[in-house]
Design a protein around this ligand. Sequence first.
Ligand SMILES: Nc1ncnc2c1ncn2[C@@H]1O[C@H](COP(=O)(O)OP(=O)(O)O)[C@@H](O)[C@H]1O
Ligand SMILES: [Mg+2]
Length: 324
Amino acid sequence: MKSVIDTTNSPSHTEDRPLVVLTSELRKVYSNGLFLNQKVVSLKSCSLVVYKGETFGLLGPNGAGKTTLLKLLLGILRPTSGRGLLLGKPLGDRSCKQRIGYLPENPYFYDCLTGWEFLQLAAGLFQIPQSVQNRRIPQLLELVGISQADARKKQMRRYSKGMLQRIGMAQALINDPEVVFLDEPMSGLDPVGRYQIREIILSLKAAGKTIFFNSHVLSEVELICDRIAILAQGKLICCGSLNELLGTPHSYHVQGQGGDCQILQKWLPNIEFKPDGLWQGELQGDVYDFFASLHLMGGQILAMKLFRPSLEEFFIQQLQQHKI
Ligand SMILES: Nc1ncnc2c1ncn2[C@@H]1O[C@H](COP(=O)(O)OP(=O)(O)O)[C@@H](O)[C@H]1O
Ligand SMILES: [Mg+2]
């Protein structure tokens, strides 16, 4: 199968890294309307790879096709055309289900159940023996930061949005999956809630799990993902590691005070001058020569950091380039 699947959209594809997801020209058209005559092309020939142990972020505006792609990978939807592999099996193969976990977007919980009962229900669906459940449920509660008292005594109708998302996360991990699919795990959460989900994802990553998640919380994606892809209007417009897409940090952003304006302008062509002799800009040239020159001018450096565009800037630029 490998030879017929095109993975050229992935700049960092190397043959020796084990693949978890491989898709080729995956396409999904929904048929709506009274006679199913209205067609919505939700995904257009999507080819991508996800490697074992990596955290992969799928980004895109609302309606881009992220959930559709995730459901195709999980076998919840069937592609209109194209094909793919998940853990080496064709998409939809039932034998994979034991090895994957899934947190849907806006999950629906039986809110009359306690968190504990909900996890027992999920464990039952995987036919996990009672003795394993008794060990695993408290471990998962600890991982997602829900106390045993809240899990055992509180019905989920009394959980906050953050707690619901975290119990949903525990549910996605109940079968100790190798691959975890998370659809917008941070959406609608406050900064503390986002931080908690990020910490859970990072501990899964440290445990060697492969994580595939959809998101438009770009600042979080930038902190946790090894590779990302951007989907827009059903089309995959780029895919790669942050260094491949944003470039390795190569120049310095410098803030300082004092010195000769004309000489400074040569070193920092986009320099911005501020009151009290303060200035800031992006350094062009050798950093040690600049230090020496600044010293001679009697100026000083107040702050300095490596510069590259943020993921947000890159994302907006990509959408503009593709006229989206
Ligand atoms: N069941 C469906 N029937 C018809 N159109 C759908 C269905 N599900 C999604 N779509 C359409 O497919 C496109 C992509 O949707 P979706 O995959 O949910 O995007 P995202 O998750 O990126 O917000 C949207 O235009 C959406 O309206
Ligand atoms: Mg979605």
